[in-house]
Write a protein that binds this ligand. Structure first.
Ligand code: HEM
Length: 426
């Protein structure tokens, strides 16, 4: 086993570290620390047209947007911005293919579920889902997520103050995924670093390729061990999964594992941070949730509607197609902006307000259609555990009044770089 580097600092999540730090490089590519409130621009663009022709990133002063660049470059980019337009695109995988990811993410991850269209996608997803059953989630919650979250809080609970991003929300999802894969704890820092390097493709393709090779070797070894000696972890389940006589080979499992960390950890850490920021900035809602935990599911969905951690994904138009009256020619890259759709005033009253009491409605933060997030139940369960633990163990938790400028930032990925809080007696 490779000797791990010291744990990467979660300070890096703020985008304030040096450029050779993969966490900082990734955040810089995602616009974190550089773009604050993206929503006025999205509102303006959506009011001009639900479908924007051309690369919309220039409206934010960027040449390209990390998440959309992942979807490849072909034809004129078209950004879909209204709720109806985003739903139409994500519902129709035959017209709006996911295959564009093959040229970009595929070069690093292998042929993963992200870039598959039907019917291949359905077969592969059904095999993967065998590792994410409800029963498995209950076991992971009890045996892994609750102890991981409580262990992190133990470190600062007596202090009366903490940075909840650095000390809780950043480390917990990656620790959970490593635990679900059955990886040794000492491998975690290097594993996390490589997974982030893997997706920093815009800024540094060579580092991405090296990380891809490292992860391939690392996972090949673990898969061989699990095939010889199966346990109760996700890798063991994937080596055994079977559907209609078909099984996953090593390359298929490795492609999924390389996707899992960016898909599962980078999103959940940001979504739980965004939700906590919404609650801390609205103490009445925080108090209401503390008093009635039955509101947790709607609070989680509202957090993801209001500030989805991943604002856009990519598709390719396979034929000439009209969306909300705008012709998208065959071959165009389609930038699917869930961050804009989730604040469409045609669907939500007061769309810019965080309000856990609003009537729940389908949002696009987890995407929609056949590629809708595979980890949705895991993400909801992890967030529930983390927020409940904060409410239970940090009495009267509130933003540190001496900290200034706490806010959510980023274009492709969004989160507050830090959440300084105090708790205990006021
Ligand atoms: C709040 C947290 C999360 C959010 C907002 C989120 C969001 C998304 C979105 C938008 C997609 C669609 C990507 C596309 O089609 O281009 C997706 C797919 C996916 N997500 Fe999540 N995700 C979250 C957590 C997780 C977790 C915890 C896992 C771990 C298992 C996970 C695994 C996946 C996988 C494997 C896919 C690909 C599914 C497919 O292509 O069929 N996600 N997610």
């Amino acid at each position: 086993m490779t000797t791990p580097d010291p744990a990467p600092s979660a300070d890096s999540a703020s985008g304030t570290e040096t450029v050779d730090d993969p966490f900082a490089a990734f955040d810089a590519a995602a616009g974190i620390g550089q773009v604050d409130d993206i929503h006025p621009v999205f509102h303006q663009m959506r009011s001009e047209s639900p479908v924007h022709v051309g690369n919309f990133a220039s409206r934010f002063g960027f040449e390209d947007v990390f998440g959309d660049a992942m979807a490849g470059e072909s034809g004129t980019p078209h950004a879909v911005l209204s709720f109806d337009a985003v739903q139409q695109v994500l519902k129709d995988g035959a017209t709006f293919s996911s295959s564009g990811y093959a040229d970009t993410m595929g070069a690093l991850m292998g042929h993963s579920i992200l870039e598959m269209d039907e019917p291949e996608h359905h077969q592969y997803r059904s095999l993967l889902q065998q590792a994410f059953t409800r029963k498995a989630m209950e076991r992971w919650e009890r045996d892994l997520v609750v102890p991981v979250v409580n262990g992190l809080i133990d470190v600062f609970v007596e202090r009366g103050s903490a940075d909840l991003v650095k000390e809780l929300f950043f480390p917990f999802p990656v620790t959970v995924i490593a635990g679900m894969l059955g990886l040794p704890t000492e491998d975690l820092p290097e594993f996390h670093r490589k997974a982030v390097e893997l997706i920093t493709i815009i800024t540094d393709i060579e580092t991405g390729l090296n990380a891809s090779i490292w992860l391939h070797e690392y996972f090949s070894r673990v898969i061989a061990e699990r095939r010889a000696d199966p346990r109760e972890d996700v890798i063991s389940v994937l080596t055994q999964a079977e559907l209609d006589g078909q099984r996953l080979d090593d390359e298929e499992i490795i492609a999924f594992l390389r996707l899992l960390l960016p898909a599962g950890a980078e999103t959940t850490y940001r979504s739980s941070s965004n939700l906590m920021f919404g609650l801390l900035s609205n103490p009445d809602q925080l108090a209401a949730l503390r008093a009635d935990r039955a509101q947790m599911p709607q609070a989680i969905e509202e957090g993801i509607r209001w500030e989805p951690p991943l604002t856009g994904i990519g598709r390719t138009a396979m034929r000439d197609v009209e969306v909300e009256g705008v012709l998208i020619p065959a071959g165009s890259t389609v930038q699917v902006e869930m961050g804009a759709a989730n604040r469409d005033p045609a669907r939500w009253d007061r769309p810019d307000e965080f309000d856990i009491h609003r009537e729940p409605q389908q949002h696009m933060g987890f995407a929609f259609g056949v590629h809708m997030c595979l980890g949705i139940h895991l993400a909801r369960m992890e967030t529930t555990v983390a927020i409940n633990a904060v409410l239970d163990r940090l009495p009267d938790v509130r933003l540190d009044p001496t900290a200034d400028d706490v806010r959510i930032s980023g274009l492709a990925f969004r989160a507050p770089p830090a959440l300084p809080v105090i708790f205990g007696e006021s």
